[in-house]
Design a protein around this ligand. Structure first.
Ligand SMILES: [Zn+2]
Length: 53
């Protein structure tokens, strides 16, 4: 069994991998660890994020 404790998504700014916490809330702002862009969580299943501006 492979318990999913982390979601991941692709940063739309730099195409780096975003690691999202398991307790992520829709609409939450998460910073990209690679380029520093602030991304709004658009959906959880599957995890998706986009620029919040
Ligand atoms: Zn990025």
């Amino acid at each position: 069994m492979n318990a999913q404790t982390m979601n991941s998504s692709i940063c739309p700014e730099c195409e780096g991998v975003l690691h999202l916490p398991a307790d992520l809330m829709e609409g939450e702002i998460v910073p990209c660890g690679d380029c520093g862009a602030e991304l709004e969580v658009l959906s959880l299943t599957p995890a998706g994020a986009g620029p919040c501006s």
